[in-house]
Design a protein around this ligand. Structure first.
Ligand code: ZN
Length: 136
């Protein structure tokens, strides 16, 4: 379901019972092109249950940010038993010359690999405080 950006945009027109408008589709294609599809798909599927009117680009991006945050919260790193009590995320290694150095712990490296594999942007898609109308 929703294999690409065009399908996501078409879904919105259908869900909000609007006739597709070429100009609106072109703007949405341009404005949403950088949003990862998995995030956009989750946002588009959630929007009709969340608001009554056809969403603006900004409202879609807010929904995308909420979807991104929902996925990021599952990627919490916790320090392992090796590093938890001393230097969370770091481990002491001895290099070939016999010098003790700090290196990233295996638990931290595994977490970073999970984050990269998830394909979730680490930067916000849109600032949520602006969306809520709050002053910066
Ligand atoms: Zn560790």
């Amino acid at each position: 379901m929703l294999p690409d950006l065009d399908a996501c945009i078409a879904y919105l027109f259908t869900a909000y019972r609007q006739r597709p408008n070429e100009a609106v589709v072109a703007v949405y294609q341009h404005q949403l092109a950088d949003v990862p599809l998995a995030i956009l798909r989750a946002a588009v599927l959630a929007l009709p249950g969340r608001q009554s009117f056809f969403p603006s680009v900004h409202e879609i991006k807010v929904a995308c940010e909420l979807a991104r945050l929902d996925r990021v919260k599952d990627l919490v790193w916790t320090a392992c038993e090796v590093c938890r009590e001393t230097r969370p995320g770091w481990d002491v290694v001895v290099d070939p010359a016999g010098v003790k150095r700090l290196a990233r712990c295996a638990c931290w490296q595994a977490h970073q690999a999970r984050v990269a594999a998830a394909g979730i942007p680490l930067r916000p898609i849109v600032a949520l405080l602006e969306a809520a109308g709050d002053e910066p």
